[in-house]
Design a binder for this molecule. Structure first.
Ligand SMILES: [Zn+2]
Length: 282
């Protein structure tokens, strides 16, 4: 038996709020109860929005909450070569294709069509039908492109139904059937950086030996895509636990740009870490 490995993986693009505190504390508490390891990973693949200043504040807020974690932390931006290797592997399996569509192209072609689980229009597959010669020509003309997963082709490789183990908010584990097809041909490498959320999270969880992914329910449906990538890349699947989402006073999901429920603001009003735990009913 290897020790269970948990992780908290924030993006350094704003202040941590109560929702992050719930995730971080849950992960740390569960790791401790299981005699496992607790890691922090910095998800900084978005070069336009990630700031080292926010990263320092994240560490400061976590330490204030009484959380300790293994060092050094993994920054996703320092592991792009590993994401590249995974892309190359998928490419050799023939499940990637370049998409040259602009946002406007996609909106125009898909606005009336089906939506993905997040409510965004599903990519209509325009560039899937380009010939190899057309692709090569457009790439040689330096047209910007993203790499998309050919979902139907990827699904055709599966020999057994795709499932994951979910422990939800409680302690009972159940098997959930994954439905990656609901997302269509997702982007795996963006124009500005040759990776994506889905690819980076899958590769990095495996690289860090994460056995338990504990995160908000807002990522429940994305797990289907992560399970498919794990199968395609021959990676071990962790156990998943998607916890409740903390809502703001307006009943909406907290966002990093709000500020109102940020831990920094709460600390400023004289709240103690124990108050945060009480608020979170931990
Ligand atoms: Zn396209």
């Amino acid at each position: 038996m290897t020790r269970p490995v948990f992780r908290f993986a924030p993006s350094p693009n704003g202040q941590l709020h109560l929702g992050h505190a719930l995730s971080a504390l849950l992960n740390r508490d569960l790791a401790r109860a299981a005699g496992g390891r607790f890691l922090v990973r910095i998800e900084d693949i978005d070069p336009g929005r990630s700031k080292r200043g926010f990263e320092a504040q994240i560490f400061d807020d976590l330490a204030w909450l009484g959380i300790d974690w293994e060092k050094p932390v993994r920054r996703q931006s320092e592991h792009l070569h590993e994401h590249r290797l995974a892309l190359d592997f998928l490419n050799r399996r023939g499940v990637l294709y370049p998409c040259f569509c602009t946002r406007g192209d996609i909106r125009a072609a898909s606005s009336a069509g089906p939506k993905d689980p997040d409510g965004a229009p599903i990519y209509p597959g325009t560039c899937r039908h380009l010939t190899a010669a057309e692709r090569a020509q457009r790439i040689s003309r330096n047209e910007p492109y993203v790499l998309r997963l050919d979902m139907a082709r990827a699904l055709s490789f599966l020999r057994t139904p795709l499932v994951w183990t979910e422990s939800g908010d409680g302690e009972t584990e159940q098997e959930v059937e994954a439905d990656p097809g609901a997302w269509g041909d997702v982007v795996l490498a963006r124009r500005d950086v040759a990776t994506s959320y889905h690819l980076a999270v899958t590769v990095d969880d495996a690289a860090q030996g994460v056995t338990h992914v504990v995160r908000g329910k807002d990522l429940y449906h994305a797990t289907s895509v992560h399970r498919l990538l794990q199968e395609m890349l021959d990676l071990r699947a962790p156990v998943y636990r998607h916890h409740r989402i903390i809502l703001g006073k307006d009943g909406k999901k907290l966002s990093k740009s709000d500020g109102a429920e940020s831990l920094r603001v709460m600390r400023g009003t004289g709240m103690a870490p124990a108050d945060i735990r009480r608020l979170l009913k931990l």
